[in-house]
Design a binder for this molecule. Structure first.
Ligand SMILES: Cc1cc2nc3c(=O)[nH]c(=O)nc-3n(C[C@H](O)[C@H](O)[C@H](O)COP(=O)(O)O)c2cc1C
Length: 366
């Protein structure tokens, strides 16, 4: 089936067409490996700065950690200076990168204040000088360069199509478009008309991204855009088997039954061990909390349990308590909640919180 068919990228072949989106602070090596294990064909690293003076920091070296990761290794670079970006590409290739992705999609202030990320879309000549420099650095090594962008800078300046065509002419091998403008941040809804227009105009593979959170949405985005592949970010947080769910349902027409609680316990604990290994105890126990929180969102009692878990400061204790909680949950439920059940549970808990907040407010104002 289409989503399981390989996608050629220069001399490389991606084994399928469902990708994990790069997310700074999330898609580190342990998370990428988990996604790949559970159905993602490809996962791009969190962005690595082109600033040479930061390459030896612990943060950047953790981001450049690919130990044990299955090929192809893709590293995203972010910056504003063409020469520095070319050097960053070569530096990462020397450390194992097989694909270099240029970030023109991230709206974060830290990135955009220095005119990197999606801010580059506002300065097309500079954006293209960066593309030229990075392609020139990578081409002699046979390393494909890919580009990730938004639909434009703002509603009135949706220049994705023009920039995409210029990038293709400059030698970019694959293009991802997130269906929002820089101005939107993550607000509103992604639109797919611009992605469809880019796909129709380009010969290189085009990847659609933005708000894909279910098999039905994946099917609709594929239909609307005709994209060659789909990229999923936030919906994989806490639910990394979403790639398998989408591939299965779009291939067979039937929903994939949710995993058993025991399977999820196994994946989550393995992920956490890998996570602690990368970050060490002090950072590891703290950064693991968000992954556990995402996993337990929409699981009955999960939110209340997170209060207990957030107070724990040792990795060993965190792992033990989580394992025991999941074992107790497994006594009551054999399977993990479906997407619909998780959404209903999260909505119910939200309503309860709002209800009790309103009650408190009434008591206070009485
Ligand atoms: C926490 C977070 C961090 C992100 N970091 C990056 C990044 O480093 N590089 C990038 O190109 N996009 C980044 N993005 C954008 C995502 O790759 C993706 O384009 C966006 O989340 C829309 O896809 P989604 O709706 O499937 O999440 C980030 C998004 C989030 C939520």
């Amino acid at each position: 089936m289409f989503l399981n068919s390989p996608l050629r990228l220069g001399a490389l072949e991606l084994p399928g067409r469902l990708f994990t989106a790069p997310m700074a602070g999330v898609t580190d090596r342990p998370f990428r490996m988990l996604c790949k294990r559970l159905g993602a064909a490809y996962a791009v690293s969190e962005m690595v700065t082109s600033k040479r003076e930061l390459w030896n920091t612990l943060k950047t070296s953790r981001r450049a950690d690919h130990a044990g990761e299955s090929a192809p290794i893709a590293v995203q670079i972010a910056g504003v200076d063409p020469h520095e970006m070319a050097l960053a590409a070569r530096y990462n290739i020397d450390r194992g990168a097989q694909i270099i992705d240029i970030n023109m999609g991230c709206p974060a202030k830290k990135v955009c204040n220095v005119w990197a990320g999606s801010a580059l879309m506002q300065n097309e000549p500079l954006a293209l000088r960066i593309v030229d420099a990075v392609v020139a650095a990578c081409a002699p090594l046979n390393v494909p360069v890919t580009l990730k962008m938004r639909t434009g800078w703002c509603q009135a300046e949706r220049n994705a199509l023009r920039l995409a065509q210029a990038a293709e002419s400059a030698g970019v091998a694959m293009l991802t478009v997130h269906g929002r403008t820089r101005e939107q941040g993550y607000k509103g809804q992604a639109e797919y008309d611009t992605i469809a227009a880019v796909k129709a105009a380009l010969r290189i593979p085009v990847v659609a991204n933005g708000d894909i959170d279910s098999p039905a949405k994946a099917a609709a985005v594929l239909r609307h855009t005709g994209a060659d592949a789909l990229m999923i970010g936030r919906a994989a947080q806490g639910r990394p088997w979403i790639f398998a769910e989408i591939a299965h349902e779009l291939t067979t027409g039937e929903p994939l039954p949710p995993p058993t609680v025991e399977q999820v316990r196994h994946w989550l604990l393995e992920h956490l061990l890998d996570h602690y290994g990368l970050y060490g105890d002090y950072i590891g126990v703290r950064t693991a909390r968000k992954h556990i929180g995402w996993a337990l969102a929409g699981v009955e009692g999960g939110r209340a349990f997170m209060h207990t878990l957030n107070a724990i400061e040792s990795c060993e204790e965190q792992l033990t308590q989580l394992s025991e909680w999941l074992q107790a949950y497994a006594q009551r439920h054999t399977h993990w909640p479906t997407l619909a059940a998780a959404a209903a549970c999260a909505a119910h808990e939200r309503a309860q919180r709002t209800g009790s907040a309103n009650d408190e407010h009434l008591q206070l104002s009485a």
